[in-house]
Design a protein around this ligand. Structure first.
Ligand code: HXC
Ligand code: NAP
Length: 264
């Protein structure tokens, strides 16, 4: 990755909580926050993953366990963060579940499970953190292209991520001017669990690739840079927006064509 424009110490004194920060993209975000000076807490369900993530992040990061579907548990975890690290300046809601299945291959519980983790989990994280926040806090939900592009085998994730996009906008309206609420919509990011699940074979990978205007996969560090931007003073007038960090994956058919000179 090219040199980051962000300077060491940018997030000195800030406290960041990353739900779903024990692996993949969200772990990358948590690492970057810590590198730039924030005190960081990450949360997932698996205690071993949480402990390993905290060790990998270093800088005194703490790893916590709770299920984002359980409001009481997530609230208790965030109270713990406040008492150990201080009021939270940055909260990321990134926990998600996904699998490929046609709507008719999903039980009611299968559909509900993904909506509960992604959408209700984001409500729980954001609702639960509000009175534990520092002044001028920045909240970020991790959404996906499924929020705006209907995709086969993704009824649960499309519904859940679309709900997250509107939740971001409503909370931005209700919680301004004290709290900013934004989203990040990553494109396909190489080496992640999400890619392994949603593009399990070469032909599915190729279909995703064809949508990318930039003609390469995204990398975790590029999502982390966007999260730093949205959490920084550079974004202090930005709320209620979704930042697509996806190499242009939402734009349409990006198949390479011979466009000639473009002159009539
Ligand atoms: C149909 C399925 C299924 C499948 C599970 N279910 N997998 N149905 N096809 N492949 C059903 C189960 O049968 C059950 O329904 C219900 O879903 C709940 O399953 P559990 O295993 O009991 O749930 P739980 O233990 O809570 O686990 C949740 C999970 C799991 C989502 C199923 O995969 C998980 O924990 N995932 C977290 C990690 C993850 O998915 N990361 C990727 C995020 S990527 P019944 O009726 O039998 O009870 C992403 C977008 C990426 O979000 C975009 C990339 C381009
Ligand atoms: P990942 O590695 O599977 O990370 C998921 C994280 O959420 C883990 O820390 C996991 O830890 C935690 N988690 C899952 N269910 C939870 C629950 N019920 N309660 C608490 N924590 C839970 O996923 P990823 O591929 O990096 O994706 C991260 C985010 O980016 C997701 O929001 C995803 O939708 C979004 N996204 C990813 C891509 C991509 O290319 N990967 C593209 C677009 C959007 P435990 O398993 O220990 O709970």
């Amino acid at each position: 990755m090219t040199q980051s424009p962000f300077k060491d110490g940018l997030l000195d004194g800030k406290v960041a909580f990353v739900a779903g920060g024990t692996s993949g993209i969200n772990l990358g975000i948590a690492k970057r926050y810590a590198e730039l000076g924030a005190k960081v807490a990450v949360l997932g369900r698996n205690p071993e993953k949480a402990a390993n993530a905290a060790a990998e992040i270093g800088h005194g990061a703490i790893g916590l366990t709770a299920d984002v579907r359980d409001y009481g548990a997530i609230r208790a975890a965030m109270e713990d963060v406040r008492s150990r690290l201080g009021p939270m300046d940055i909260v990321v809601s990134g926990a998600a579940g996904n699998f490929l299945a046609p709507a008719l291959g999903m039980s009611a519980n299968a559909f509900k499970t993904v909506v509960d983790i992604d959408l209700n989990g984001t409500f729980n994280v954001f609702r639960g953190c509000h009175d534990l926040l520092a002044p001028n806090a920045s909240l970020i939900a991790i959404t996906a292209g499924q929020a705006v592009n209907a995709m086969q085998l993704q009824a649960h994730a499309c519904a859940a991520k679309a709900g997250i996009n509107q939740l971001i906008r409503v909370l931005a309206l209700e919680w301004g001017p004290d709290v900013r609420v934004n989203g990040i919509s990553p494109g396909p990011i190489e080496g992640t669990e999400g890619m392994a699940r949603l593009a399990p074979d070469a032909s599915t990978k190729q279909k995703h690739f064809e949508r990318i205007a930039m003609k390469r996969w995204g990398i975790i560090e590029e999502i982390a840079e966007g999260a730093v931007f949205l959490s920084s003073d550079a974004a202090k007038y930005i709320t209620g927006t979704i930042l697509d960090i996806d190499g242009g994956s939402q734009l349409g058919d990006a198949t390479r064509r011979d466009l000639g000179s473009g002159l009539a």
